[in-house]
Design a protein around this ligand. Sequence first.
Ligand SMILES: NC(=O)c1ccc[n+]([C@@H]2O[C@H](COP(=O)([O-])OP(=O)(O)OC[C@H]3O[C@@H](n4cnc5c(N)ncnc54)[C@H](O)[C@@H]3O)[C@@H](O)[C@H]2O)c1
Length: 212
Amino acid sequence: MDNSKIPQATAKRLPLYYRFLNNLNHQGKKRVSSKELSDAVKVDSATIRRDFSYFGALGKKGYGYNVEYLLGFFRKTLDQDELTNVALIGVGNLGTAFLHYNFMKNNNTRIMMAFDADPNKTGTNSDGVPIYHIDDLEEKMGDVRVAILTVPSNAAQEITNRLVEFGIDGILNFTPARITVPSDVRVHHIDLAIELQALVYFLKHYPLIEDE
Ligand SMILES: NC(=O)c1ccc[n+]([C@@H]2O[C@H](COP(=O)([O-])OP(=O)(O)OC[C@H]3O[C@@H](n4cnc5c(N)ncnc54)[C@H](O)[C@@H]3O)[C@@H](O)[C@H]2O)c1
């Protein structure tokens, strides 16, 4: 199958589908309906059916889609994506942990460079990743268009402004700061405190029922 035939909008949804199907697969589920998928990934089922039809996955009425088949397809397609280089900004506790933990290995994305304001942290190669001074951001970024933000929250907006000015496409923001960006820049915000609060809330109000 020729992947260049897949519309861009469909291609953008593939990682979303992939993640959900991977979870289903781990749970041992063999099939999924477009309604289930739709509820989980918040894409309407007509769009899902159209997306899937591009790669020949025609769901059967009353059966749905074969999880393994879809996963195989997604793996192949996503693997063909070129490697996306990412910059990490702020090599403190959290940033250092991300540099050590090669969580991007299987994901076609990798932290290619890091920046920090502390001159004592620059120049060192942590796990082979060069750490530059933040003053050199624009000079060093090259074709990197995705950044992970792990600076103190009071530095977040200023760094964001520079990234936007530079032409960044996406920011994964780990700081508690609500950063402002133009509408063509995507920001994903990860707030561990909120996630933890949500978990505690769910444990309290929606306890899981133990199997017999
Ligand atoms: N450590 C955690 O477990 C944790 C968890 C959730 C969220 N966070 C958030 O992540 C961010 C980083 O946390 P941390 O614990 O790693 O902090 P940290 O103080 O250990 O690290 C911050 C790093 O950013 C650098 N820095 C400061 N100003 C900068 C600037 N203008 N440009 C570039 N680098 C700059 C500092 O030199 C330092 O190395 C914070 O906003 C924090 O609230 C941390």
